[in-house]
Design a protein around this ligand. Structure first.
Ligand SMILES: NC(=O)c1ccc[n+]([C@@H]2O[C@H](COP(=O)([O-])OP(=O)(O)OC[C@H]3O[C@@H](n4cnc5c(N)ncnc54)[C@H](OP(=O)(O)O)[C@@H]3O)[C@@H](O)[C@H]2O)c1
Length: 272
């Protein structure tokens, strides 16, 4: 089996690429964009460039595609160009595993299950490009393909397969090591997922026949404040340095309050 990981230089993609490289029976290819490539054997590719994308895809012709690219302020372009290029090349035999996010529930009235409606943010909102890009991508995939898995995740945390921490934990450690307080919001509720768990879910989805939309994450949801306070304690820091951040915000930067995910459905189809 041949597997292609797009975005294999990123926080999640690097873990998935490294994990798959251990399975010797399979051929794994991965792409990166910005130098330096953090793992051996990655191919430099801008997924938004149709000619080079087409050339790469026809040469590799994978059986499974893991789409772990992300470009917050340019997410719309990644959907309209990169993902569209991919969709024109996919055959019904090729399985797509698309990494989506809890941001598709931008109403923020969670918890949400897989059947709940997605919502866009107003175009002038600071996060509209990422949120609306993801919503559009999910709708495209759902309309155009049958052999796909969409995995929706909340904030991903932990050290990835090549030793990189998520930015939030990295920031927490940096502050607490030097005895400085750090603030997180207590009114924003999320379903956190450890990078190793998500990587294992992706690996299992590559090899099984499951298709559809699934939420991935812990059974319990927490605010950023409570989660980061617990993380501080777990890492051996003084958790009293973790404080509650102000909840005041402007309308165009307002963050959805509760985008927590109900994760019961995935437990029926995977072994983890
Ligand atoms: N991190 C989270 O907490 C979180 C939560 C929910 C969902 N997700 C989803 O999980 C996926 C992976 O996220 P991540 O945190 O691993 O993101 P990330 O660290 O930013 O990695 C994304 C990768 O996409 C690549 N990329 C961006 N534009 C590209 C282009 N035009 N052509 C080719 N590659 C391009 C970048 O490659 P280079 O580095 O080589 O430039 C980058 O490594 C995304 O779909 C994201 O929406 C993440």
């Amino acid at each position: 089996m041949k597997i292609c990981v797009f975005g294999a230089n990123g926080y999640l993609g690097a873990s998935v690429y490294k994990q798959l490289k251990h399975v010797e029976a399979d051929e794994v290819v991965g792409t990166y964009l910005q130098e330096p490539a953090l793992s051996d054997g990655l191919v430099k590719l801008d997924v938004n460039q149709p000619e080079s994308f087409s050339e790469f895809y026809k040469k590799e012709n994978p059986d499974v595609v893991v789409w772990a690219v992300m470009s917050g302020p340019n997410e719309h372009k990644l959907t309209d160009q990169g993902l569209m290029h991919l969709i024109t090349h996919l055959t019904p035999k090729t399985k797509l595993i698309y990494l989506s996010s809890d941001v598709v529930f931008s109403d923020g009235n969670g918890p949400y299950d897989e059947s709940d409606s997605l919502s866009n943010l107003p175009e002038d909102h600071s996060f509209s490009n990422y949120t609306n890009g993801k919503v559009k991508a999910e709708r495209l995939i759902n309309n155009e393909l049958t052999n796909y898995v969409i995995l929706r995740a909340g904030p991903i945390y932990g050290e990835n397969g090549i030793g990189r921490l998520d930015e939030r934990t990295d920031q927490l450690s940096y502050h607490l090591r030097s005895g400085k307080p750090i603030e997180f919001r207590d009114d924003l509720v999320r379903t956190f997922v450890h990078i190793d768990d998500l990587t294992k879910v992706i690996e299992e989805m590559i090899y099984n026949d499951v298709t559809g939309v699934y939420h991935v994450g812990q059974d319990v949801s927490q605010s950023f404040y409570k989660f980061m306070k617990a993380t501080a304690k777990q890492l051996g820091y003084d958790d009293l340095l973790v404080k509650k951040a102000s909840e005041a915000e402007r309308v165009d930067t307002e963050i959805p309050k509760d985008t927590s995910l109900v994760t019961d459905r995935i437990k029926q189809v995977i072994n983890i």
